[in-house]
Design a protein around this ligand. Structure first.
Ligand code: PLP
Length: 402
């Protein structure tokens, strides 16, 4: 099946929202319908023995790709400005696939101390068992002395999970490349819309598609986009691991992707309104949001990022754990649960202390991570207001400095 030319732009000079609306679609390959059909398939038939012997077919087997997987991976490649994209069944699988495509027995990797907790767990267990050593580095630290002869990759995340430290990605990439190491970045917070990872020196750009790409809390998905240097080994590793994402899940993510731009604008706007309001609350000691001027590396965010999403954290003034529980239980619009990036607001308490080995996390009081969804801001503020009233009523005045 020949691809209809020119209707869909591979032209990355188009604006990001135009790319979102057009990428990965070829309507006249499917009778003019706007969206690609969802192919469920394993076996691909060859019309003649000649075709079979010559492997003359655009597709060979379901695991190796279908028109459905191509629709989403092409869209992500266009959005990321990379050379190719693989799809995997979760964000964590995207992380492990990216790392396994650059490191093997006898190698060493550097990982940001504030990385997503399951990434750290993978490095400390499975990766270690496979003979790859991990050293954690702190955000803002000069970590050039941590490179070794066998350092193959720097794995980074900016802002960091839970605690939102920013990093100078172009400087990090320059250093890593000088030492012959690949730069891997979990770019889930910003998405390719708000931070152009490849353009800032990242070789493998990772997305938990479960979050904003899908946007509806109804699917698990991950993607890794590679630049030309790293695309062959990423594609090969992905194939060897036998990873493939399900067609209905891919269709949900492709559907979510079309509205990513408008959703992120709203998440950013509402998120900042709530963040500014929280900064003024007497119960709050600090708001950890890179787009706030009070953030210690706000300048880096401003220089490199095109915006912010709806995810940030707060540190409360010291209060008892009972008061934190009362606060959480008084909320009705903020759901308590893991993950984020859907249309709904979420909140979780966290303690990052056991998750840091190269830096110290010593907050003044209990910490909470918030995801600001697409609800009306006044309603979210009123919900938090009720929470703070319950917190004050429950606080016995004796802070529990854990
Ligand atoms: C959620 C998340 C992941 C993992 O995604 P899953 O689809 O849940 O496996 C990876 N990185 C970050 C920063 C995340 O927030």
């Amino acid at each position: 099946m020949a691809r209809t030319p020119a209707k869909t732009p591979g032209d990355t000079k188009l604006g990001p929202n135009t790319i979102l609306a057009t990428a990965g679609r070829h309507p006249f390959e499917y009778h003019g319908f706007v969206n690609p059909p969802v192919y469920h398939g394993s076996t691909v038939l060859y019309p003649t023995a000649d075709d079979l012997f010559a492997h003359r077919s655009r597709y060979s087997y379901g695991r190796r790709g279908t028109p459905t997987t191509e629709a989403l991976s092409d869209a992500i490649t266009t959005l990321e400005g990379g050379a190719g994209t693989v799809l995997v069944p979760s964000g964590l699988a995207a992380i492990t696939t990216a790392i396994l495509s650059v490191a093997g027995a006898g190698d060493h990797i550097l990982v940001i101390d504030s990385t997503y907790a399951p990434t750290r767990h993978f490095c400390d267990t499975t990766l270690k068992r496979l003979g790859v050593e991990t050293t954690y580095y702190a955000a803002g630290e000069d970590f050039s002395a941590l490179f070794r002869e066998n350092t193959r990759a720097v794995f980074t995340e900016s802002p960091g999970s839970l605690t939102f430290e920013m990093q100078d990605i172009p400087a990090l990439a320059e250093l890593a490349h000088k030492r012959g190491a690949a730069v891997l970045m979990d770019n889930t917070w910003a998405t390719p819309l708000l931070f152009a990872a490849h353009a800032h020196g990242v070789d493998l750009s990772i997305q938990a598609g479960t979050k904003y790409f899908s946007g509806h809390s109804d699917v698990m998905m991950g993607s890794v986009s590679a630049n030309a240097d790293y695309w062959p080994r990423l594609r090969d590793t992905h194939g060897n691991l036998g990873l493939c994402a399900g067609p209905d899940d891919i269709n949900l993510v492709l559907r979510g992707l079309r509205t990513l731009g408008v959703r992120l604008e709203r998440h950013q706007k509402s998120g900042l309104e709530i963040a500014h309001w929280l900064e003024e609350r007497p119960e709050v000691a600090a708001v950890l949001h890179p787009a706030l001027e009070s953030h210690p590396s706000h300048a880096l965010w401003k220089r490199d990022f095109r915006g912010a999403c709806g995810l940030f954290s707060i540190v409360l003034k010291p209060v008892s754990e009972a008061a934190v529980r009362a606060f959480l239980d008084a909320l009705s619009l903020f759901g308590m649960g893991y993950s984020w990036g859907g249309y709904e607001s979420l909140i979780i308490p966290f303690d990052a202390r056991p998750l840091r080995t190269a830096s110290t996390w010593a907050p003044e009081g209990p910490a909470l991570r918030l995801h600001i969804g697409l609800e009306d801001v006044e309603d979210l503020r009123a919900d938090l207001d009720r929470g703070f009233a319950a917190l004050r009523a429950a606080d016995d005045g004796i802070a529990s400095p854990k």
